[in-house]
Design a protein around this ligand. Structure first.
Ligand code: NAP
Length: 294
């Protein structure tokens, strides 16, 4: 086994993403020591039972003491208060990173609390499922997926490289991006699809009695695939939309225009327009399969 990349990693939040990383770190010996912090006793007990870290605590300041890497993996709305609470205990030279699905808001919320000599390296492993909690994690989650790092200009290059090394070690390809660009790209590839899924499942839920029962019965016709996405964690997704408002609204505007054009094509029986679009979209799916991201 190779030399560990870190002496002590503190996982602040240990749900689907945090626990998947903790499992991979343990599997590959990437840290000498690991500690996990969560709010609820039941979560900490579950983590102990799973045996995926060395220690657990409900006190984030205690967790980050002596850590050379702090990995925040909580919903975005918890970041600012956590940063304020942990800041006095951060070791000189420590790296603070995260896995949040939005990046400008993370820099806004964490940046002001970072003491001099502590390196902030925000990141986003673009991998996940609709499940939550430490029991939902698995070490292979990151294999062959992309991790986007968005260090603010002037961030220590060695710190950035260490975080990149960690994600590569657990199987990810790493790309660097400006936080604003990240938020735009993810608005269309992830945030809007979730919004559409939440909407369509919500529309079906509001149908009356017998119609609603039929939605469940005949869901294999397409609806089912939306319900998987719409089963994603409500708090996490509330936070994503509140924290990536502008980019999501911009993409939603474009989407609404395209939807109106489709509506028009259906109304006027413009089959060729519909077929053209459906042919183009099929090619996108093939591209995803070829890129091994299916
Ligand atoms: P999750 O499974 O719901 O886990 C969240 C964890 O954060 C839990 O351990 C929870 O502990 C802890 N937590 C919540 N509030 C806290 C607080 N105030 N102080 C300390 N711990 C707190 O969530 P997840 O799916 O792993 O998502 C975590 C982050 O990853 C989010 O920011 C999300 O945007 C990002 N992300 C998610 C996915 C995905 O597909 N799920 C993919 C990429 C990135 P308790 O159980 O004690 O509340």
């Amino acid at each position: 086994m190779a030399e560990p990349l870190f002496d002590k990693i503190a996982f602040i939040g240990i749900g689907l993403i945090g626990s998947s990383l903790a499992r991979a770190v343990r599997r590959d010996g990437l840290a000498r020591r690991t500690v996990a912090c969560a709010r609820r006793r039941s979560t900490l007990d579950k983590v102990v039972e799973l045996g995926i870290v060395d220690e657990v605590t409900a006190d984030c300041a205690e967790a980050v003491r002596d850590a050379d890497l702090v990995m925040i993996s909580t919903p975005l709305s918890a970041y600012a208060a956590l940063a304020e609470a942990m800041a006095p205990a951060l070791a000189a030279g420590a790296i603070v990173s995260d896995v949040g699905s939005v990046k400008q808001a993370v820099i806004r919320d964490l940046g002001p609390y970072m003491p001099d000599g502590v390196h902030l390296v925000p990141g986003h492993p673009v991998a996940g499922t609709e499940h939550s909690g430490p029991e939902a994690g698995f070490a292979e989650l990151f294999q062959d997926r992309w991790c986007i790092l968005t260090p603010p200009p002037g961030t220590d290059a060695a710190a950035v490289e260490r975080v990149a090394q960690l994600w590569r070690a657990v199987g990810m390809n790493v790309e660097f991006m400006d936080a604003q660009h990240h938020d735009k790209v993810l608005a269309i590839t992830s945030h809007l699809p979730h919004l559409i899924a939440y909407t369509i499942v919500g529309t079906a839920t509001d149908l009356e009695g017998s119609q609603q029962a039929e939605v469940i019965k005949f869901s294999a016709g397409g609806f089912r695939d939306f319900t998987r996405i719409a089963a994603s964690d409500p708090v996490m997704w509330r936070d994503v939309f509140l924290n990536n408002r502008e980019a999501v609204l911009e993409m939603l505007q474009r989407f609404t225009e395209d939807l109106t054009a489709l509506q028009r094509a259906i109304r006027w029986g413009e089959g060729e327009k519909l077929q053209d679009l459906f042919t183009r979209t099929r090619a996108i799916r093939r591209g995803i399969i070829d890129a091994r991201q299916a």
